[in-house]
Design a protein around this ligand. Sequence first.
Ligand SMILES: [Ca+2]
Ligand SMILES: [Ca+2]
Ligand SMILES: [Ca+2]
Length: 309
Amino acid sequence: MINKGLITLIALSCVTVACREHDGRFGSGETPVPDYAHGTAVEVAVLDYSPAPGQFVNTVPEYEVGDDYAAMNAKATELLNDGYMISLGAWGGSVTLKLSQPIANRADKNDFRIKGNAVYASTSVSGVRYGSAEPGIVLVMQDANANGEPDDQWYEIMGSETFNSTERYAVTYYAPAADATDNEYIRWRAQNGDSGYLNRTVAYHTQCYFPLWVENVDSLSFEGRLLPPNGYHNAQTGNYELVSYYGYADSHPNNTDFSCLDIAMAIDSMGNKVNLPSIDFIKIYTGVLQANGHLGECSTEIAGVETME
Ligand SMILES: [Ca+2]
Ligand SMILES: [Ca+2]
Ligand SMILES: [Ca+2]
């Protein structure tokens, strides 16, 4: 049902374009840490795929006429279990996963990784690492009442920006008008009065950026933590440098230890660490609200879950 060939092509074409746009800096990458922690894939079921608007929305997973919410959840499940990407769209867009087996919290060790498509720029050699980081905030839940349902407590994995962020933020995105321009394509407005637009990167992504399976709706609202902007425009090179935050999804490359996560870093809403022996559910949402010119908006991509060997 899912045309994986097409999806692979889309993903590859985006990587190719990114390389050309960045004179080869993106995609070439830094030499990976030679002995990084390898992982074993964990099968997941997508319980809720709720992306915000974004340049990959309606393409990964691919929306086809007639698809509804359940169909998109099923497509997202299949893609993740086959190691393909799904996109969460702009800030706030999320996916909720049920793990086929619990991931244990190993003492004093990292436990899992959310695979993404972040790579380092070749000039990102020490200190601050940057490239194509699009950090997604990771929440975990133990099935404490053992009913198989995600009706227990979510805890956030503490990352490098947890205490350098806006704890409660809320944004509404509006469906684009028929005559919307590429630069003012998707209007958004935050509860605190902030507002702006997601631009349309027509050179690469010509489909509608607003989720097409959500019918009879002209706006979508999200809330959560807002990480500080991580995109910087380098006026000398013309490149956007997206800084890799630590403790997130799709922020450091999969072949580094910096993309590993530790269940021991789970915190409650007061910022206190909690002691979870294992987790059964994971929720990820895009953490940065930023449009980076020709790169488009920051939108977390994920490509499955793995537990550390
Ligand atoms: Ca651990
Ligand atoms: Ca439960
Ligand atoms: Ca990404």
